[in-house]
Design a protein around this ligand. Structure first.
Ligand SMILES: Nc1ncnc2c1ncn2[C@@H]1O[C@H](COP(=O)(O)OP(=O)(O)OP(=O)(O)O)[C@@H](O)[C@H]1O
Ligand SMILES: [Mg+2]
Length: 259
C-alpha cells in the first residue's frame, strides 16, 4: 500500500469568538514535497500552521501526520508525533536566558538522552554553521539582530533532523541575499534529507523558487492551489491582485481606515 501523505488536513474549521478564521480547509502534503501557503495579513496562515503542530485544536475537522490523527492526542503520544516535526516560529520564540548554542541544543538535550553532551554540542554547532551563524554561538538572543534570531530559530528546528519542517515566514526581515540562502537551505533539506515542508511566506520570489505547490488562503478558504507557474500565469482576479501587490481590485485595502 502507498504510504500516506506526511500532512493531511481535512475540513478544518477554527473560530475565535465570532471571527471565523479557517472555514473548511482541506489539503495534503505528499512526503518529501514543499508546499507554500501565501495570503494576506490576518488571513489565518499562522493559525493553520499551529494546527499542524497541534499547538491549536480545531473546532471541527482533522489533522493527520503520516496518516495518524493528532487532534485527540495529548501527553506522551503527542510528544512522539511532535518529534517528527520542527517549527520555525514567526517571532523566533527563542529562550532569552539561553545562548544561541543552548537554544539550538535544547531539543536534542530533551529528546536525545542517548547522546553524550559533546555530541549534542557538535550537532548544534553544525546546524548554526549551516545557517551561517557560527560566530554567535555564545551570544544571547538580545545581543543579535532580528534576522539572526530567525536563523537561530531555523537551526533549532532542524537540530533533530525532523521529517517535517514548518516554517512561519522564514525569510521575512532578512536581506535579499540571506533570504536566498534560506531558500537554498530549504531546498537542500528537501534534496538531502527528503524533508516535507510547509512554508508560510509573503515573499513571492521565495515561494516560486522553493514550492512544489502554492496554496493561497483567502477569506478562511484555500482560494487557489497550483504550481508556481500556474500562480504566475493566473487569471484569478483575487490571486492576481495579491501576487502583483496591486491596491485596486477585489481585495479591500484598509490603509487610512480602521487603524
Ligand atoms: N489565539 C488567538 N486568539 C484569538 N484570535 C486569534 C488567535 N490567534 C490568531 N487570532 C486571530 O486569527 C486571525 C488570523 O491570525 P494569523 O496569525 O493566523 O494571521 P496570519 O495570516 O498569520 O497573518 P500575518 O501574515 O500578519 O502573520 C487574526 O485575526 C488573529 O487576530
Ligand atoms: Mg502569521
Amino acid at each position: 500500500m502507498a504510504s500516506p501523505p506526511s500532512i493531511t488536513i481535512s475540513n478544518l474549521c477554527k473560530r475565535f469568538g465570532n471571527q471565523e478564521v479557517l472555514r473548511n480547509i482541506s489539503f495534503e502534503v505528499p512526503r518529501g514535497q514543499t508546499y507554500c501557503i501565501i495570503g494576506g495579513s490576518g488571513q489565518g496562515k499562522s493559525v493553520l500552521l499551529k494546527h499542524v503542530m497541534r499547538l491549536l485544536a480545531p473546532d471541527s475537522g482533522d489533522v493527520r501526520i503520516d496518516g495518524e490523527s493528532i487532534v485527540g492526542l495529548s501527553g506522551k503520544p503527542l510528544d512522539e508525533v511532535r518529534k517528527k516535526m520542527g517549527m520555525v516560529f514567526q517571532e523566533s520564540a527563542l529562550f532569552d536566558s539561553m545562548t544561541c548554542l543552548e537554544n539550538v541544543s535544547f531539543g536534542l538535550t530533551m529528546h536525545r538522552r542517548d547522546l553524550p553532551a559533546r555530541e549534542i554540542e557538535r550537532i548544534a554547532r553544525e546546524k548554526l554553521r549551516l545557517v551561517g551563524l557560527s560566530r554567535v554561538e555564545h551570544k544571547y538572543p538580545s545581543e543579535i539582530s532580528g534576522g539572526m534570531k530567525k536563523r537561530v530559530g531555523i537551526a533549532r528546528a532542524i537540530a533533530l533532523e525532523p521529517e517535517i519542517l514548518l516554517y512561519d515566514e522564514p525569510t521575512t526581515g532578512l536581506d535579499p541575499v540571506l533570504a536566498s540562502s534560506i531558500d537554498e537551505l530549504i531546498l537542500k533539506m528537501k534534496a538531502e534529507l527528503h524533508v516535507t515542508s510547509l512554508v508560510i511566506t509573503h515573499d513571492m520570489n521565495s515561494a516560486f523558487r522553493i514550492s512544489d505547490r502554492i496554496l493561497f488562503l483567502y477569506n478562511g478558504k484555500i482560494h487557489f492551489s497550483g504550481s508556481s507557474r500556474e500562480v504566475r500565469e493566473t487569471t484569478d482576479p483575487v490571486l492576481g491582485q495579491f501576487v502583483r501587490g496591486e491596491t485596486s481590485g477585489p481585495i479591500p485595502v484598509i490603509v487610512g481606515e480602521d487603524l
